[in-house]
Design a protein. Structure first.
Length: 578
């Protein structure tokens, strides 16, 4: 456990942690020696020689004074180590998360990252603050006592030491049971928490279908998740109880065995009555810290589980950075024979095309054909399985991440806004932008209409994930953010998907101003929005099936022409009476 803590903590908090462990171990040894001195003191008093106890009492006082000093210093060291550990963990986890591939951040991993970086850190810093002392004391003090007993009676000392392996095995078994059940309980709790959030966020949908009331029809996934959590907690109790009882039983049975063996030695005349009483008092001090540690084993194992999750996160390979970053050239985008897939399932095969600097290329194709994946590969959310993606004339793997991100301004279909004001969310694109620049992109993206309509204007909070705004308004804010970044390459993934026809036209006009000024890669289902594109790349089955301008592709009569005909036909759809 301590070794895992030192590995996860990193170099900065390691020294305070090592000082803490050393100080606690020294204090536990001094405590054990102080217990041992009870034997000669009691022997002198019970034998009617109180004067002989005076030197031992003086030594006992010196040991206790030393123990008090070490105890105080190690207690303060525990809190100092906890503070250093908290800072070190947040820095290490934050720095590592910032280096992970963007494609790693799937929706199902958000809960894991949140759990590790919040409750997990709290559980781990509790180790130096509250758990190191009793756990180290539970082993060092009894060991010191048992070894010191050799100086008084080797037989009783060996009998005492014989109980240690059994106690250690029982402690480990108890901890393993708790650790295994804690993993299952944590998984069930995380699932239940996710379902609760889902239940809260989906109230409009659930109420529309009568699934938000009481009873079985409320929300079956949430009910099932809560039931699994209750079952997991119940199973955890019944699973861990035998281990806890076994450990305490082993310790108490060991003490009973020592008591019986000591009595046998005393009645046989092998050991004096006064010395036997003193040694049995010492045996009590041998078992007491071990029993106290049993009460804390649960918290210790829970912290260990959190440490394991942190180690798993920190062992995730970060996005490789080039040793000698390439220098970018003209802002072009090129895919060369790119192959890529998810979880071993190929999605793109041999995809090649070029987006020349200052031109607009549109990607079209059926859902699942890989359009969004291509945009994400350009932004290096992940590295390709085969081939290469070039941005500004250099392989994205040879560009420094900061350089690549400075070249690209993405507007993805899944818009995320921070729980801040409209102005704050737009300024994320370029925090140092002037008010005039902010007003300009607001006009282009029609965010100025939103600002003028709301009482607080730019200072209007957008709520969690932008929930206070409509889907179209969130999209407009994200477009303004990308425009403010002023990057030479713009990636647009269904940028007008959530807009009505009026705003779609307005945003189309705004994006048209980028033509010739920016290199634009746009993904669109509404083919009418890409008629002016310099190039249209048609995807099908993970490959490029056609490439050309709108008129050329229509004349070719291929896949694009079929898609265009379907869109034109869909324009005439109407609701009619039966």
């Amino acid at each position: 456990m301590i070794a895992s803590l030192l590995r996860v903590a990193g170099p900065d908090p390691s020294l305070p942690l090592r000082r803490l462990v050393a100080g606690v171990a020294l204090g536990a040894a001094l405590q054990g020696l102080a217990f041992v001195l009870i034997v000669p003191v009691l022997r002198a008093v019970l034998d009617g020689r109180p004067d002989d106890a005076v030197p031992w009492l003086a030594l006992e006082g010196a040991l206790l004074a030393g123990y008090a000093i070490v105890h105080y210093r190690s207690q303060m060291a525990g809190y100092e180590a906890a503070v250093a550990l908290a800072g070190g963990l947040f820095r290490r986890l934050g720095d590592h998360i910032a280096k992970l591939p963007l494609g790693w951040f799937r929706a199902d991993r958000a809960g894991t990252v949140g759990r590790v970086t919040s409750q997990g850190v709290v559980e781990v810093i509790g180790v130096p603050a509250h758990l190191v002392r009793p756990v180290v004391t539970a082993f060092v003090t009894p060991l010191t006592v048992a070894l010191a007993m050799l100086a008084f009676d080797w037989r009783l000392a060996l009998a005492t030491l014989a109980t240690a392996p059994l106690a250690a095995l029982a402690y480990r078994w108890s901890g393993d049971l708790l650790q295994r059940s804690q993993r299952e309980s944590d998984a069930a709790a995380a699932d239940a928490a996710g379902r609760i959030v889902e239940f809260a966020q989906a109230q409009a949908l659930l109420r529309a279908f009568g699934r938000s009331g009481d009873g079985a029809a409320a929300h079956d996934p949430l009910d099932a998740a809560l039931a699994r959590q209750r079952a997991a907690r119940r199973d955890q109790l019944f699973t861990t109880l035998p281990g806890f009882v076994a450990f305490v039983a082993v310790v108490q049975c060991g003490f009973t065995a020592i008591l019986l063996y000591g009595t046998l030695l005393g009645t046989g005349g092998s050991i004096g009555a006064t010395e036997l009483v003193a040694l049995l008092v010492l045996a009590v001090r041998y078992t007491e810290p071990m029993v106290a540690a049993a009460d804390l084993s649960g918290a210790f194992r829970i912290a260990r589980n959190s440490l394991e999750r942190m180690e798993d996160l920190l062992s995730t390979p970060p996005l490789p950075e080039p040793a000698k970053p390439a220098r970018p050239g003209a802002p072009s985008v090129e895919l060369r024979d790119v192959s890529f897939g998810y979880d071993g399932e190929p999605l793109l095969t041999g995809v090649s095309f070029v987006v020349a600097a200052g031109t607009t290329t549109a990607l079209v194709g059926a859902s699942g054909s890989g359009k969004t994946t291509i945009a994400r590969l350009v932004a290096r959310f992940a590295d390709v399985d085969g081939g290469a993606v070039l941005v500004a004339g250099a392989d994205v793997r040879e560009l420094a991440t900061s350089e690549l991100l400075a070249l690209v301004a993405p507007v993805f279909q899944d818009v995320y806004l921070f729980d801040a004001t409209i102005a704050d969310n737009v300024r994320i694109g370029r925090p140092a932008a002037s008010d005039a620049e902010l007003a300009r992109v607001a006009r282009l993206a029609r965010v100025d209409e939103i600002v003028q309509r709301l009482p607080l204007g730019w200072d209007t909070p957008v709520g969690e994930a932008g929930g206070a705004l409509s889907g179209g308004e969130r999209q407009r804010v994200s477009i303004a953010r990308a425009l403010l970044k002023d990057a030479p390459i713009v990636l647009l993934d269904e940028a007008t998907a959530a807009l009505d026809i009026h705003n779609e036209t307005a945003i189309g006009d705004a994006l048209a101003t980028l033509h010739g000024e920016r290199t634009v890669l746009v993904i669109a289902h509404r083919l009418e929005t890409i008629l002016a594109a310099d190039q249209i790349v048609v995807l099908g089955g993970g490959r490029v099936v056609e490439c050309g301008r709108h008129a050329e592709l229509l004349a070719a009569g291929g896949a694009y022409a079929a898609m265009w005909a379907e869109r034109r036909a869909a324009r005439g759809w109407r609701l009619t009476g039966a």
